[in-house]
Design a protein around this ligand. Structure first.
Ligand code: APR
Length: 240
């Protein structure tokens, strides 16, 4: 399977890649649903939701301070770099990522659609004014320390929280790219969260091929053309 995928990736001309947290574990960041993932220790609705921001702010800000701290010192891995090469060869139309770690952009990828937003950004929850994410690195141990905008609203990370709609533009562009691709390569995602998980469905409906590199099984394995259950960084490094 792996050699077939490498061969297919060498020949593909209009590829779209969809990445998830499994793309960044080899950079040292935890994913969410693996046994060692973030959701093994925390309940997402408790922490990564608007409800948490408004009603459990000390927990919310501590969680995102912890996630921002984890970003310091992590770097793109060979998998991120292999995708930069594919893009430079003109065969990778765009990367649609569920990741908020900014590692594709840090690696040098130019056409990246961050459909779940980015931890590298922050904004006022009330008026939308942008703020540097550094503000969220300060400890918040009392309600008085909650970072607030000039308008009085709480400043929050630029990521999609549970219960929120995704930013309209990146998702629309992602759907358009998938509707026009020859193949969709999913890397490091359990494909359990919508609307990201609707992208493989769109690809298949349009007659595109579906390839998956993921350590654990996904709901799309039985309809995919190729499934490689190996480490993304190792598989992708063979293409470079
Ligand atoms: N190589 C290949 N696959 C890997 C690797 C690796 N090095 N490391 C982990 N994986 C696989 C895991 O087996 C798992 O199936 O990556 C997958 C990651 O799945 P999740 O942890 O569910 O992450 P993701 O699919 O990105 O989650 C989607 O859920 O919580 C929300 O907003 C969050 O964007 C996230 C969304």
């Amino acid at each position: 399977m792996e050699t077939q995928l490498i061969e297919a990736l060498r020949r593909v001309r209009r590829l779209v890649v969809l990445t998830g947290a499994g793309m960044s574990t080899e950079s040292g960041l935890p994913d969410f649903r693996s046994p060692s993932g973030l959701w093994a220790k925390h309940r997402p609705e408790e922490l990564a939701s608007v409800d948490a921001l408004l009603h459990r702010p000390l927990l919310f800000y501590e969680f995102y301070r912890y996630r921002l701290e984890m970003l310091e010192g992590v770097a793109p891995n060979p998998g991120h770099k292999a995708l930069v090469n594919l893009e430079r060869q003109g065969r990778l139309q765009c990367i649609v990522t569920q990741n908020v770690d900014g590692l594709h952009t840090a690696a040098g990828s130019r056409n990246v659609l961050e459909i779940h937003g980015s931890l590298r950004k922050a904004r006022c929850h009330t008026c939308g004014r942008p703020y540097p994410s550094e503000i969220l690195k300060r400890p918040v141990t009392t309600l008085a320390e909650v970072p607030r905008c000039a308008c009085g609203g709480p400043i929050r990370p630029g990521v999609v929280l549970f219960g929120e709609m995704l930013p309209e533009a990146p998702l629309r562009r992602a759907v358009e790219a998938v509707e026009n691709c020859e193949a969709l390569l999913v890397i490091g995602s359990s494909l359990q969260v919508y609307p990201a998980a609707s992208l493989p469905e769109i690809a298949l409906r349009r007659g595109a091929r579906l390839w998956i590199i993921n350590l654990a099984p996904t709901p799309f394995d039985r309809v995919a053309d190729l499934v490689v259950a190996k480490k993304a960084g190792e598989v992708l490094a063979q293409i470079a």
